[in-house]
Design a protein around this ligand. Structure first.
Ligand code: NAP
Length: 289
């Protein structure tokens, strides 16, 4: 059985490879990357590397030759070629190469999601459904690491504002999602959809746990979008980033990242890290950063 991971040089791909090689032989893993030099720097030296950019369908098809199972890691937004087009190239290449199974890193509740941030994932799931390929959607809710700026503010006793209100967010550690992806790649009968996430929490829950963990006194204050935007502007962020961050907060407030599913611990075969442990881990990993 040959396994491929695309966008393998990213943070997520690197973590998945570390886990997948514990389950299958490294000689059966192919890293599909757009930058071979980077791959040689950041990936294990005994892994097979094949070059293909998501913008190049022919190269992708060539890179996917003989692959039984592909972990299709979603591209990042903002490239010259729209992400939906990049993803369409991957789907077509996988079809033409006769890949037996594709696991795609998607978005929480991609069947009902409304947020603009979900758009590319909703479209890609549809392409994959229409392709006739055997697929699993790995709908990763939210990495706790995404909240690093809040965690670090709290650790320094600094106040912060958010606009997500009482919206619940299913935080889990990036490494937990990555390990789950590696495991799904090797399951005999993977499910069609995994809603991956941790126990849903509000920012107020985060603040309470952080306060107990750090012993610091600080306030995370819920504000409206306009006040949130003004605070981000005062912190020196540009309009584009403020737009993305505000859209994220709106999405959280609307409950789009509220996932009540045991898929993640079920696939991992163990409970997820507790919130205090996970917060401690992220803060330790970025201490001094
Ligand atoms: N659910 C969540 O909370 C959450 C959080 C973070 C990220 N994500 C999503 O997870 C996915 C992977 O994230 P990540 O953390 O691994 O991101 P990352 O560390 O920024 O890596 C992005 C990867 O995509 C590759 N890439 C970008 N454009 C490409 C193209 N045109 N062709 C081929 N490869 C291309 C990059 O290649 P190079 O190494 O050559 O640059 C890199 O391997 C992204 O879709 C991201 O939006 C989800």
């Amino acid at each position: 059985m040959k396994y491929a991971i695309s966008a393998a040089t990213g943070r997520f791909g690197q973590l998945v490879i570390q886990d997948l090689r514990k389950i299958v032989d490294i000689s059966d893993i192919v890293a599909i990357v757009r930058d071979v030099e980077k791959a040689q720097r950041v990936l294990p030296e005994d892994i097979t590397i094949r070059q293909a950019d998501y913008t190049d369908e022919a190269a992708l098809q060539h890179a996917l030759r003989g692959i039984d199972r592909l972990l299709f890691i979603s591209s990042v937004p903002g490239g010259e070629v729209p992400r939906q087009q990049q993803h369409a190239n991957v789907v077509q290449a996988a079809q033409k190469a006769g890949v037996g199974f594709v696991a795609y890193t998607s978005f929480a509740h991609a069947d009902t999601a409304q947020s603009p941030l979900s758009k590319d994932h909703v479209a890609t799931e549809q392409l994959l459904r229409d392709s006739g390929l055997k697929v699993s959607f790995l709908r990763n809710a939210w990495y706790l690491e995404n909240e690093l700026s809040y965690l670090q503010a709290a650790a320094q006793g600094q106040d912060a504002v958010y606009a997500a209100g009482r919206g619940k967010i299913s935080f889990a550690l990036e490494r937990e999602y990555a390990e789950a992806a590696a495991r799904v790649m090797t399951l005999v009968a993977p499910k069609a959809v995994y809603e991956f996430g941790g126990e849903p929490r509000t920012y107020a829950d985060l603040a309470e746990t952080l306060s107990a963990l750090t012993g610091k006194s600080f306030t995370f204050k819920s504000v409206d979008d306009a006040t949130y935007r003004a605070a981000m502007q005062a912190a020196g962020l540009g309009p584009e980033l403020i737009g993305v961050l505000t859209a994220m907060q709106d999405m959280m407030r609307a409950g789009e990242l509220d996932v009540t599913s045991t898929d993640l611990p079920d696939v991992l075969g163990r409970p997820l890290s507790t919130l205090p442990d996970a917060l401690h881990e992220v803060l330790q990993a970025h201490a001094g950063a």
